[in-house]
Design a binder for this molecule. Structure first.
Ligand SMILES: [Zn+2]
Length: 265
């Protein structure tokens, strides 16, 4: 067996990261759309979107129907999750800059991942991680209660943290070299992708314990580095400030609620 040099493998991996999909015209000759009657020369009908060569129902239709039901077609959930793990920055960057066809819809993905992981955890009987006990004196502290909840529901606490990352990310990264004029809607989709990734990594954390926290930070760094294009330090301090800002906002909100509650009680 001929071994491939690691450098060659790395180069191929990098090329795949840059451009995972190749779109070719598979149609042979002129096509006649069976749905709307348009004549065209490509993979899909430009008017109604039906695939070229769709005719009478056959075995392929069944195969496609089953794949579609499980979201296994071309821009499938699994393909997108795979990309999210191996080329997260590229995938999100592609999506933000208009390459929507490369990705499963991010908000739908977040929902599917959250529900999917909960179902799998229940089936496997995996208890929520980090079930620390709370001391009697702390029971009245909302912050302590939140911290306990967040430890037991890390996935969901990442989602909350993600929401509060939208604004600081916009604040610190809005005029970046690679992505001029970063907007809040872009930030929303960025966090939707990141939250799916966090949930996924957190689920992997069932098998790799405390390393997952470090892994998540590394991922966040590389995603921000890829999308916004600041150098090492530029990315590091902006990411650190954004994370701090996000955690601090949640802290302030909880303490604020507690103070107001204490006042009216
Ligand atoms: Zn058509």
């Amino acid at each position: 067996m001929k071994l491939i040099h690691p450098k060659t493998l790395w180069r191929r991996f990098r090329a795949w990261q840059e451009r995972p999909f190749h779109y070719k015209n598979h149609s042979q000759g002129t096509q006649h759309c069976a749905n709307c009657g348009t004549t065209f020369n490509d993979n899909f009908c430009p008017r109604c979107g039906q695939a070229a060569g769709s005719g009478r129902v056959g075995w392929n239709t069944i195969r496609y129907g089953v794949m579609e039901m499980w979201n296994l077609e071309s821009r499938s959930l699994l393909t997108t999750l795979w990309q999210l793990l191996l080329r997260p920055g590229h995938l999100i960057d592609d999506y933000l800059s208009g390459k929507r066809q490369t990705s499963y819809p991010p908000v739908k993905m977040l929902l599917m991942v959250a529900v999917g992981i909960d179902i799998i955890r229940n089936l496997l009987g995996i208890p929520p991680n980090g079930a620390t006990s709370i001391s009697e004196a702390d029971v009245n502290s909302l912050l302590a209660l939140y911290n306990q909840w967040a430890e037991q529901n890390q996935g969901w606490s990442y989602l909350i943290q993600g929401v509060f990352l939208i604004f600081p990310t916009w604040l610190f990264f809005r005029n970046s070299p690679r992505h001029r004029h970063h907007t809040l809607p872009e930030g929303f989709f960025l966090q939707a992708f990141m939250s799916s990734l966090m949930l996924l990594l957190d689920a992997l954390g069932d098998f790799m314990d405390q390393w997952v926290g470090l892994l998540i930070l590394v991922y966040i760094y590389f995603i921000y580095h890829r999308i916004f294009g600041f150098r090492l330090w530029g990315t590091l301090w902006r990411t650190a400030l954004s994370l701090f800002f996000s955690i601090f906002t949640v802290f302030i909100i909880i303490v604020g609620i507690e103070v107001i509650y204490d006042c009216i009680r």
